[in-house]
Design a binder for this molecule. Structure first.
Ligand SMILES: Nc1nc2c(c(=O)[nH]1)N[C@H]1C(S)=C(S)[C@@H](COP(=O)(O)O)O[C@H]1N2
Ligand SMILES: [Mo]
Length: 525
């Protein structure tokens, strides 16, 4: 049997290949682990925005071209951030392995790769809109540690003694032990650093300590008739745990309400500064409202309905005294997001809030604790600043907020939308009577009608559940009788309270929200 005749032969090249690439690559990974471990430990001292991986990730989010970002949201949904961090981790690992191989021949060149990435990470951290002086230091430390560890681990082993021809074996394994040890130590430091950061900047105790005052302007409970009671249809009020989350924050801004103050400035006569205690002493109002995201595809899940509680935003602006000529209200968040709302709409009598609670609970950290804006009629990106710290009265001519700079519509008025939730797509339903049900919204205009059609037949009126107001979605149902066995396509369209029928024409979410009719295919058996 040729090829197996000499069972000594395959071993040597293997060992040589191992020494030439596998061990150097692993050495590069170990240097990267030590680097990131050191970086995370220092980041725990400096602040959450200074973690080198997160800083690079945040910069990547800001620099990602809009089509790619749309693709990511479409493909990965709310897991987009995990995918991004995974991608950055994988890229880092590959580059580190390559730098390790490079260092086995040119140690200084390998070390220089680490130095360069340290500088890049620091630039990323300093480029954040809210960067502090020290935020680049963890990445610089990481680069330096990575370079030094790589140089130390890549030093040529002592020349093998001629008396012991197998000396290369122990030298390789001694180095392998060092490399694996460094890898493990770096991983422990990295995980430990993250845990320290989370512990140091945790605000869950401060959040639990908040006592919500009773609303000065309470709302009656919603009537049961807002829900058609069709099994499988989403609840009218979305529980907080199921409320969609969309934002650019890789690590959630954690704000202790005792350190929070809201500044109101710009084109106003009397700039304001309000602490959280002062905010809670305002007469608090309740608002039932459906919040939706401009990135929601036709039939998509980025929409939710809740009862918000907060201080009146128009009342605060009147106290500040808005000057003539101002037409845009810009909210800024702790993490530097900017969101611009048409000022005229905020002041036209609709109930707009500086919200502190949703669904009877202090705002969850992921939804903007301790304070966010809510302005009915607009998508979240032009109305709902989470982790709000600053309100500027300005003009559209003077300032383009974050998403507008990336080509999105500057107004962000919610487009009329409707979706079929029951039956589920591709469901098999028994012949006879079939319950069809879903949700429609045209926030702040209200939904006047929902129609269905089956296999391109004539439009049929769906039965609307009780109307709880124009700022809320409206659920609907339809009893489909005489469904014949086979595959059927159901389409839905809504009409808003101005009489405008949802257009059939499909448009992508960019730049002003998706349009088109939602449809679903079911099989009647
Ligand atoms: N600070 C901050 N606020 C933000 C965003 C963000 O990225 N950062 N995203 C906006 C967008 S696009 C939407 S749709 C809503 C989503 O709010 P939710 O996550 O509470 O559902 O928040 C808005 N407010
Ligand atoms: Mo959004």
């Amino acid at each position: 049997m040729p090829g197996v005749s000499n069972d000594n032969r395959p071993r040597r090249p293997l060992r040589r290949a191992l020494r030439r690439t596998a061990l150097p690559a692993l050495t590069g990974l170990a240097a990267a682990a030590a680097a990131l471990g050191a970086g995370e430990l220092l980041a725990a001292l400096v602040g959450p925005g200074s973690s080198p991986l997160l800083a690079v990730g945040s910069a990547a989010i800001d620099l990602t071209p809009t089509p790619l970002k749309e693709y990511a949201v479409r493909t990965f949904g709310t897991r987009d951030k995990a995918v991004l961090l995974g991608g950055i981790g994988l890229t880092t690992a590959l580059l580190a392995a390559a730098a390790g191989v490079l260092a086995s021949r040119f140690p200084r060149a390998g070390a220089a790769v680490f130095g360069a990435f340290g500088v890049l990470g620091a630039v990323a951290a300093w480029s954040r809109p809210t960067a502090a002086r020290a935020d680049g230091l963890p990445a610089l430390l990481a680069g330096a540690v990575g370079a030094v560890v790589l140089l130390l681990l890549s030093r040529p082993a002592a020349a093998p003694s001629p008396a012991a021809p197998s000396a290369a074996g122990p030298a390789v394994s001694r180095r392998a032990v060092l490399v694996v040890g460094t890898l493990a130590a770096g991983a422990v430091a990295g995980v430990g650093g993250r845990a320290l950061t989370n512990r140091r900047f945790d605000v869950s105790a401060a959040r639990e300590a908040v006592r919500l005052p009773a609303p000065a302007v309470p709302l009656a409970p919603l009537p049961a008739a807002v829900h058609p009671q069709v099994p499988g249809l989403s609840p009218f009020r979305t529980p907080n745990a199921g409320f969609y989350r969309v934002d650019t924050a890789l690590s959630l801004p954690r704000i202790d309400p005792r350190d929070w103050a809201l500044r109101v400035h710009g084109l106003v006569d009397r700039p304001q500064l309000i602490t959280f205690d002062e905010l809670l002493r305002e007469p608090l109002e309740e608002l039932d409202h459906t919040l939706s995201c401009v990135s929601n595809e036709v039939g998509g899940p980025y929409v939710g309905t809740t009862r918000w509680l907060g201080a009146s935003l128009p009342a605060l602006l009147r106290r500040a005294g808005v000057r003539a000529g101002a037409d845009q209200l810009v909210g800024r968040s702790k993490d530097g997001m900017t969101i611009g709302t048409p000022l005229e709409s905020v002041l036209d009598g609709r109930r707009a809030l500086l919200a502190v609670a949703m669904d009877g609970e202090v705002l969850p950290v992921a939804h903007g604790f301790p304070c966010r804006t809510v302005v009915p009629g607009f998508y979240g990106y032009t109305s709902a600043t989470k982790w709000l710290v600053d309100l500027e009265v300005t003009t559209f001519a003077a300032f383009d907020p974050y998403w507008v700079r990336r080509g999105w519509d500057r107004t962000g008025t919610v487009r009329t939308a409707s979706r079929i939730e029951v039956p589920a797509p591709f469901a098999k339903v028994p012949a006879g009577e079939v319950d069809v049900a879903g949700t429609a919204w045209a926030t702040h205009r209200g939904v006047a009608a929902v129609e269905l059609r089956f296999d391109d037949g004539p439009w049929q009126q769906a039965q609307l559940a009780a109307d709880a107001g124009p700022d809320l979605w409206r659920q609907w149902s339809y009893r489909w009788s005489g469904a014949s066995p086979g595959t059927h396509r159901i389409e839905v369209r809504a009409t808003d309270a101005t009489g405008a029928v949802q257009p059939e024409q499909r448009a992508a979410p960019f730049p002003a929200g998706a349009t088109g009719w939602h449809s679903t295919v079911v099989t009647v058996t």
